[in-house]
Each structure stands twice: as structure tokens, then as C-alpha cells.
Design a protein around this ligand. Structure first.
Ligand code: NAD
Length: 385
């Protein structure tokens, strides 16, 4: 673990926002940072990022400004990226791996945790290899492409005494912590109905006249073996998550409908759009949509005595929201930095990660996703009881 000189938790978390920002009820880690602070031993957790694509670049930026971890290593299949990242982040040669020699990381005491940011279909293999090398693991959402894969990942991490977290960046975001609190503490009474939608219009890769580059970034997302599915896997998981943490309940049944396929050539393996409905034990219903054919980013919860909503709601923010009584205003944070600091604090303290960010949570989402696909394919309600 690397040495650091000082920790300025208070300065990092939101105190840089303008005085005009009204901070309503803050989540505990924001309102009382000193209480949650770990002993200043000067330790940082050494992270190796595995898969150096778009999101890994965002994570690297978050890690760079983080209090409790440092970007110490990389795992990549592309030599040119190894050269670029080595110079950009000052990574020593001994901490650079490719997909073939990755298992040698077992001998490297300077890496504490591997963060898997590859296409979804590869999360399982890299997580298992990292766990067998004795490294803690964070894997990106969605956790994997099947229930069996998730179960294997959890089992291997347990057997090797390493912790497994899922990259749920919104679990640390103040606006989301507040909507979770309002829902679960029934601030406006029982939530009866949720609307959650996230979609981005992606460009047609076959349109050669376009100046927008579809790029290889999205190609694996169209390949079912690598993605596990379309926008439901990629974006819909946020709608499932938000519904589950607002209610603090697990869905008991789902119905679902695939949307129109406008481009059959591109969307031959994965869906272009999907809508689904989730029923919860309290009787609450969530109505959700995701698509790569239209832009949408909103969340609405209707409760017995009021409502709350966000739009933008599930993206990288900044989020805008209100309740039936007032505007919701929270400090804008770097979601990746906050996620990394919160996860790393637990690991540095040798504490078990809270259930809501572990592999068990990732597995719950995959079970719901499977049921949604089954419901859309069969046209029938699928029970999750
Ligand atoms: P990307 O295509 O930009 O990056 C994927 C990386 O994996 C690339 O570096 C690519 O070279 C590498 N790779 C390794 N083997 C590959 C293979 N066989 N085929 C294709 N690429 C291969 O994708 P991304 O947007 O960075 O997504 C990576 C992961 O991060 C996904 O699981 C995605 O769901 C997740 N993600 C999470 C968030 C978030 O907000 N938490 C945002 C975006 C992506």
C-alpha cells in the first residue's frame, strides 16, 4: 500500500461548492466526515485497472483525486495503451500486465485491488483470476452476464478471502442517498409508483456520412456474448437499482415489452429499446424504460403524501431534483472519486463491505434482468418469488 501525506476529506467533499448552494439533509458520510474518517496511517490502497476503455479513463481521473487509493497498475491487451497510460499516470513497468500474463499479479505485493472495467461478458473471468491472485476486486455493473457467473464470482472471492464490490457509483451520491432515505423512511408516506428511465440515442455505425464516430466503444455492446444484452444490461440496471433502493424492497414479479427495432442490421443480437414493469411486495409498481434510440434520464416517485423526482437522474450528473415541497440541492461530487474512497476506506480498515455494494447486490440485479428478458420474450408475467 502506498504512503500519503495528508487527508483533506472535508475539503474534498462538497465544501468547494458555492455559498448559494443550500445543503439539505446530508448523508452521514458528508455531514460528519471526521467521524467516518479512518485513522491517518498514511496508507492508500493500490488499484490496478483492468480494461482501459472509456469508463476506465473516468475512473482513473477519480482515483487520481481520491484520498484512499492510488492508480498503481494497469491490465490491457493493447500495447499502445500500456505505453500511454504508463507515461500519463507514472505506472512502473512491474505493475503493467496484459491479458495473458495477468495471473502473475499474484506475486505483486504492490497491487491490493483489481478493478475490472472490461465488456460485461469478461467480468467473470477477470474477477476470478484477480481473486485467485489474492486481490480484492471491484467489477463494473452489470456484474456479469448470467446468474451462474455471478455465483461463481462470489464463491471464488469468498474462497480466496478477498472482497468483491460492484461499481455502483450512485450508492455514494448525495442526491441518491437522499431519495433512498425519503423512500425507505417514508418521508412522504408509502411510495406507490416509480417511473425510471435511462436512454441514449447512439449513432448508426453504418452511416458512413456521419461525422459522429460510433467507434469500437459500442461494438461489444451489440455482441450478446460480450454484453449479455442491450441497453437493459447497460443502462436499465440503474432503473432497477433506483427502484429497489427507493423502496428498500425486491421485485416479486415483472412484465416487459421489447421496443421497436428501427435498425435490424445493427440490433440483431441485442434489444434497441425495452420497457418493463416491476411489482413489489408492498404493492408498489415501477414502470421503467431504456433505449439506445432515444435520450431520457429521469426518475419519479409518487407516495401517499407527496412525491420526489430527478432529471437528470441516473447519469453522471449534475442532478436536478425536487420534492412536492422543495427543490433538492446537494453538492456536486465526482462520482468515481467518492465511490473509490468509500469502498477503499472499508478495505483499508479490514471491514466487510456493506451488502448493498457487494457481489450479492450485483447478483440480485442480474436475476431481475433475466426475469425481464424472459417476460419480454414470452409476453408473460415472470415471478421472482
Ligand atoms: P469500452 O469499450 O470503452 O472499454 C472496454 C475495454 O475493454 C476496452 O479497453 C477494450 O480494449 C477492453 N476489452 C478487453 N477485451 C475486449 C474484447 N474482447 N472486446 C472488446 N473490448 C475488450 O467500454 P466502457 O464503456 O468503458 O465499459 C466497460 C465496462 O464499464 C462495462 O461493463 C460497462 O457496463 C461499464 N461502465 C460503467 C459505467 C458506470 O457509470 N459505472 C459507465 C460506462 C461503462
Amino acid at each position: 500500500m502506498a504512503k500519503i501525506s495528508r487527508r483533506s476529506f472535508v475539503n474534498k467533499f462538497g465544501m468547494g461548492v458555492g455559498a448559494s448552494v443550500i445543503v439539505t439533509t446530508l448523508p452521514s458520510f458528508l455531514s460528519a466526515p471526521e467521524v467516518n474518517k479512518i485513522p491517518d496511517t498514511g496508507k492508500k490502497l493500490n488499484i490496478a485497472l483492468c480494461g482501459l476503455g472509456n469508463y476506465a479513463s473516468m475512473l482513473a481521473k477519480g482515483i487520481q483525486i481520491s484520498e484512499y487509493c492510488t492508480l498503481a497498475g494497469i491490465v490491457t491487451g493493447t500495447q499502445a495503451k500500456a505505453v500511454k497510460w504508463k507515461s500519463q499516470y507514472n505506472i512502473p513497468d512491474k505493475n503493467i500486465y496484459n491479458y495473458e500474463n495477468f495471473d502473475e499479479i499474484i506475486k505483486n505485493k504492490d497491487i491490493d485491488l483489481v478493478y475490472v472495467v472490461t465488456p460485461n461478458g469478461l467480468h467473470k473471468d477477470f474477477t476470478i483470476r484477480a481473486a485467485k491472485a489474492g486481490k480484492h476486486v471491484i467489477t463494473e455493473k452489470p456484474m456479469a452476464i448470467s446468474v451462474k457467473d455471478c455465483e461463481e464470482m462470489i464463491k471464488t472471492c469468498n474462497e480466496n478471502n478477498v472482497q468483491l464490490a460492484i461499481g455502483y457509483r450512485l450508492h455514494y451520491e448525495p442526491t441518491h442517498l437522499e431519495i433512498k432515505r425519503m423512500g425507505q423512511e417514508k418521508v412522504f408516506g408509502q411510495v406507490r409508483f416509480i417511473e425510471a428511465s435511462l436512454g441514449y440515442k447512439i449513432h448508426d455505425p453504418l452511416d458512413t456520412k456521419s461525422t459522429v464516430n460510433f467507434s469500437d466503444r459500442n461494438e461489444w455492446r451489440l455482441n450478446k456474448k460480450l454484453s449479455g444484452g442491450g441497453p437493459l444490461m447497460d443502462l436499465g440496471v440503474y432503473c432497477i437499482q433506483a427502484s429497489r433502493y427507493i423502496l428498500g424492497e425486491e421485485p416479486i414479479a415483472v412484465t416487459a415489452q421489447f421496443g421497436t427495432v428501427y435498425n435490424k442490421q445493427i440490433f440483431s443480437e441485442t434489444e434497441e429499446s425495452i420497457s418493463w414493469q416491476m411489482e413489489f411486495p408492498s404493492g408498489a409498481v415501477a414502470n421503467c424504460n431504456t433505449s439506445v434510440n432515444y435520450n431520457i434520464d429521469r426518475l419519479y416517485a409518487s407516495a401517499d403524501e407527496g412525491s420526489f423526482e430527478l432529471s437528470p437522474a441516473l447519469s453522471y450528473g449534475p442532478f436536478k431534483g425536487k420534492t412536492s415541497e422543495k427543490e433538492l440541492k446537494f453538492p456536486v461530487i465526482n462520482q468515481q472519486q467518492t465511490q473509490m474512497d468509500e469502498i477503499c476506506k472499508f478495505i483499508l480498515e479490514n471491514k466487510k463491505l456493506p451488502n448493498h455494494i457487494t457481489g450479492e447486490e450485483g447478483l440480485k440485479d442480474i436475476k431481475v434482468i433475466n426475469a425481464i428478458y424472459k417476460a419480454a420474450e414470452t409476453g408473460k408475467k415472470v415471478s421472482l418469488k
